[in-house]
Design a protein around this ligand. Structure first.
Ligand SMILES: Nc1ncnc2c1ncn2[C@@H]1O[C@H](COP(=O)(O)OP(=O)(O)OP(=O)(O)O)[C@@H](O)[C@H]1O
Ligand SMILES: [Mg+2]
Length: 324
């Protein structure tokens, strides 16, 4: 299995539960594992009944497992602050107010959230040397993946910006001929350094996600979730990312044969409908069903998490990363 594993899916289907269960299983199999959550509802904290924050902390009682909880709202603020910082060093004081105004507006724009999270995911991947496996609770959405679909375009765009910046610095340096000391500013130019940095960032993101990441989708056996899963498989495929497997969660338990009352009939009907949906998935969807997890009567924490971990037919042995 690739070093980076993502679990995506619709709201509430069990992404956090399955990510934590898989991470637990990897850690049990001797992989140094980090589980990364971006859930504003702090679910990793709930699952392990222990507070987590922005920096990795070890999960009590489970050797080799760390967890980190990234707050998307903080991430957007940090991301925009970095841009603000970067820009204010480059421009005249009179521009700074205008930049601040633009950035305030950017805070609420669609995509700011996802783009900040995408950056943070990639950042975690770049700094994951001390782990064999990093499990992400939530795969990048269609719109963040589109960033990946544009590597050539982005690279071409950044290359052109780099070229422009070089040309203008070159002119600036030449304009100084005649002075005693020629101006040398190409080296150490902060704008060039920043552009170069972004270029490398996207190159890394592309190769890490294509060569070293596996994507799984979690679904519940209802029509909305199944349709959404189908769309997600297509969206990922469009970015040349194959979904490795599907995890069906919250399956209705079968009643005992002697339960012939209303409750029994209700469960039996549901079980049948769900079985038909799962059959459709098996026969029509490319990625295999790698787990069928029953609906428990309680929240999945503690021992229940270990049970769910046993039900995942997803291998844990870590492959060497190729992106390094
Ligand atoms: N198989 C299951 N049986 C019973 N409860 C479950 C099962 N799987 C998940 N749950 C419960 O359902 C709720 C939602 O699960 P979870 O938080 O894992 O979903 P999610 O996809 O991460 O949700 P969100 O989109 O809000 O982040 C939780 O309370 C969890 O304990
Ligand atoms: Mg969640």
């Amino acid at each position: 299995m690739d070093p980076f594993v993502f679990f995506g899916g619709k709201g509430g289907v069990g992404k956090t539960t399955v990510s934590c269960a898989y991470a637990l299983r990897c850690a049990r199999d001797g992989q140094r594992t980090l589980v990364v959550s971006t859930d504003p509802a702090h679910s990793v904290t709930d699952v392990f009944d222990q507070p987590f924050d922005d920096s990795p902390r070890s999960v009590d009682g489970i050797g080799g497992l760390d967890a980190v909880e990234i707050d998307p709202e903080d991430e957007v603020t940090r991301h925009l602050d970095e841009i603000r910082q970067d820009l204010s060093e480059q421009v005249s004081a009179s521009m700074v107010n205008e930049i601040n105004r633009q950035l305030e507006m950017a805070h609420g724009t669609p995509g700011a959230y996802e783009s900040a999270l995408f950056d943070r995911f990639i950042d975690v991947m770049r700094n994951a040397d001390s782990y064999d496996r990093v499990v992400f609770d939530t795969s990048p959405t269609g719109s963040t993946l589109r960033l990946l679909g544009l590597p050539d375009l982005l690279e071409g765009w950044i290359d052109r910006l780099i070229h422009k910046r070089r040309t203008s610095i070159d002119l600036f340096e030449k304009a100084a001929v005649g002075n005693a000391e020629p101006r040398r500013v190409m080296e150490g130019d902060p704008v060039l350094a920043r552009l170069q940095d972004r270029k490398e960032f996207f190159e890394f993101a592309g190769s890490a996600l294509h060569d070293d990441a596996a994507f799984f989708l979690v679904l519940t056996p209802d029509e909305l979730s199944v349709n959404e899963t189908e769309r997600a498989i297509v969206a990922l495929r469009e970015e040349n990312l194959a979904v490795r497997g599907l995890v069906a969660n919250k399956l209705t338990p079968s009643p005992d044969p002697d339960e012939t009352g209303r409750g029994g009939r209700y469960l039996r009907e549901r079980v049948e409908t769900e079985a038909a949906r799962l059959e459709t998935i098996r026969s029509e969807f490319d990625p295999p069903l790698v787990a069928e997890i029953g609906w428990r009567s309680a929240e999945i924490t503690g021992d229940l998490l270990a049970d769910v971990a046993d039900e995942l037919d997803i291998e844990t042995a870590a492959e060497q990363p190729t992106h390094v």
